[in-house]
Design a protein around this ligand. Structure first.
Ligand code: UTP
Length: 294
């Protein structure tokens, strides 16, 4: 049995430049899909997969994320006095319990690899899950749960992948696929943002990882890669020489909420999926009479 994965790391220190001016003072991860911030969806996905400790790598202007995962006594009391039980329960039910969150800071946004490295002392010598909260996944079970199932069989490192049209590969980290089914196959290579003609497949690394702690040692000396940033893919590429990597082509839908189109689409899909919202929302959409624009 491989060592259990109890800790998840959420890098939330990026600048979110694609969402300016919204992200000037508000962290991208606090943008809401329907009525929940992106970060909360990621935490719920991790909890469903059995994660017990939630580590946030934050940056400037991100204090509000810490507040989001804290009790809000004044608000709770007011809701209680006003008899707003449903809202109160909603507020309380998703809080990680005391001592199960940690916050550390990435003082400069030097890239995802650097953000992950900032969590090294908290994670220690343990395998950990890494979730990029701007990637939102809709599916049952959640993507991290599907990856945990693969991990229990293979151990080592696990990466969630998805298929994209070939012309889009150069925006992503891309893997080379070896033997095995979609639920767990060998990864034989990977490259960050390749030219289309150099891409080993159209399977992209899509924001969920289970990694072994040796990656921290590699990240410590990792030079800057694509975009002048310290890239996690580059460190994983080196780690592949000594450890196995398994790919999971997950079941479910994904939304890149770091992009405006992905974010807006997610809002529509999640709203249509809500019993309390669907009918009213559809009625308003019909009134817009979008016929010839669709
Ligand atoms: P992105 O590549 O989406 O970058 O980061 P970004 O800065 O957040 O957004 P844009 O591209 O400027 O619009 C993917 C994830 O990695 C985190 C981000 O917070 C996001 O969750 N990240 C990125 C860091 O924590 N630190 C970094 O230096 C870079």
């Amino acid at each position: 049995m491989p060592k259990r994965v109890r800790t998840a790391v959420f890098p939330v220190a990026g600048l979110g430049t694609r969402f300016l001016p919204a992200t000037k003072a508000l962290p991208k991860e606090m943008l809401t899909v329907v009525d929940r911030p992106l970060i909360q969806y990621a935490v719920e996905e991790a909890r469903e997969a059995g994660i017990e400790h939630f580590v946030f790598v934050t940056g400037r202007n991100k204090g509000v994320i810490e507040d989001h995962f804290d009790r809000q006594f004044e608000l709770e009391t007011t809701l209680e006095v006003r008899g707003k039980t449903a809202a109160l329960n909603e507020l309380r039910k998703d809080l990680p319990s005391a001592g199960r969150t940690s916050f550390t800071r990435q003082q400069e946004p030097l890239g995802l690899g650097h953000a992950v490295w900032c969590a090294r002392d908290i994670v220690g010598d343990n395998p950990f899950a890494l979730l990029l909260p701007d990637m939102l996944f809709k599916g049952e079970p959640g993507v991290l749960r599907q990856m945990m199932d693969a991990y229990e069989e293979t151990g080592g490192n696990v990466i969630a992948v998805e298929e994209v049209p070939e012309q889009d590969v150069s925006a992503y980290g891309v893997i080379a696929r070896g033997d095995g089914p979609d639920s767990g196959f060998k990864i034989t290579g990977m490259v960050e943002k390749p030219k289309r003609e150099d891409a080993p497949s159209n399977l992209i690394i899509s924001g969920r990882y289970i990694l072994q702690p040796e990656v921290f040692t590699l990240l410590a000396d990792q030079p800057r890669g694509a975009g002048g940033e310290i890239q996690i893919t580059d460190a994983m590429q080196t780690l592949m020489q000594t450890q196995n990597f398994t790919g999971v082509k997950y079941q479910g839908q994904s939304f890149d909420c770091g992009s405006k189109i992905g974010f807006l689409t997610a809002n529509v899909v999640y709203a249509l999926d809500r019993d309390d919202i669907r009918d009213g929302f559809v009625k308003e959409l019909r009134k817009l009479d979008l016929g010839d624009q669709l």
